[in-house]
Write a protein that binds this ligand. Structure first.
Ligand code: ATP
Length: 246
């Protein structure tokens, strides 16, 4: 098999110099796959994504052990914007659109690492093609759009950097099941047609396993179980402990 796109190797993360939150987390993300990180509140999913995208510093967190490799190269020392240039971008939990900007202005903020105007325009068209709702709402202020549209805007903005790897934190949060399906269908489409790799952190185990290829289940800062998504979905322990959640 081809070498994985991303390998996380036994990372430990400590917040505020004392709170050990990740206790040796390892993950392997194949190229062009969708990998789900599952688990309840506080399991360490967000921390894992932040470690990969180097967004821990603002939270007073740091990786104190282990390594993170993109295509075999260590990336722990790269800044978040270097990572964007290397094709790694994170969509934060809670969507974080700029409320006072229009949908289109929000999308354009995602192209800040790029300069070629023609490419940016083509990329914007592509985003509108995948998210027709955003095109309809392009001149609306984000604050006045729905939760689903804001989630789509946050993903669309990430796509404006032309990424290879998108880290999606809790995309289903606060959305009606039908909208969650709509968002996940677009993620699947992007994965299949644009070859974008996704790592998604989700409490909604059922939905995530329906769309992911592979899943990791976290508890208290450790991976408790991992496997092909369809095996996890049929696993009795997973059904009992996780499939009721989210
Ligand atoms: P959620 O779905 O609630 O975001 P999660 O699985 O993403 O859960 P994390 O947000 O990674 O979990 O949190 C893991 C643990 O780290 C929790 O116990 C949390 O309280 C702690 N934690 C998170 N951020 C910080 C921080 N900035 N300082 C100290 N502890 C933190």
């Amino acid at each position: 098999a081809a070498a994985p796109l991303l390998v996380v190797n036994g990372i430990e993360v400590i917040y505020n110099h004392v709170i050990l939150v990740l206790k040796g987390v390892s993950l392997s993300v194949p190229r062009e796959s969708i990998v789900a990180i599952l688990g309840g509140n506080g399991a360490g999913k967000t921390t894992t994504l932040r470690a990969i995208s180097n967004l821990l510093k603002g939270e007073r967190g740091e990786v104190t052990k282990g390594s993170i490799e993109l295509e075999g190269e260590r990336i722990e020392a790269l800044t978040p914007s270097d990572l964007v240039k290397r094709g790694v971008v994170q969509v934060m939990e809670g969507r974080h659109c700029f409320a006072h900007l229009t949908i289109e202005e929000n999308l354009l903020t995602g192209s800040y690492t790029r300069t070629n105007k023609g490419e940016i325009a083509a990329n914007l068209d592509k985003v509108y093609n995948y998210f027709p709702r955003l095109k309809t709402r392009r001149t609306s202020q984000a604050a006045y759009t729905s939760g689903g549209e804001q989630q789509m805007c946050a993903i669309g903005r990430a796509l404006m950097s032309n990424p290879r790897l998108v880290l999606l934190d809790e995309p289903s949060m606060g959305l009606a099941p039908q909208i969650v399906e709509e968002v996940f269908n677009i993620v699947q489409d992007l994965n299949q047609k644009e070859k974008v790799t996704f790592v998604l952190a989700e409490q909604n185990t059922h939905m995530a396993l329906k769309y992911a290829d592979y899943g990791y289940i976290m508890e208290s800062g450790r991976i408790m179980m991992d496997g092909a998504a369809k095996d996890l979905a049929n696993n009795e322990d997973v059904k009992e402990f996780y499939l009721g959640m989210g």
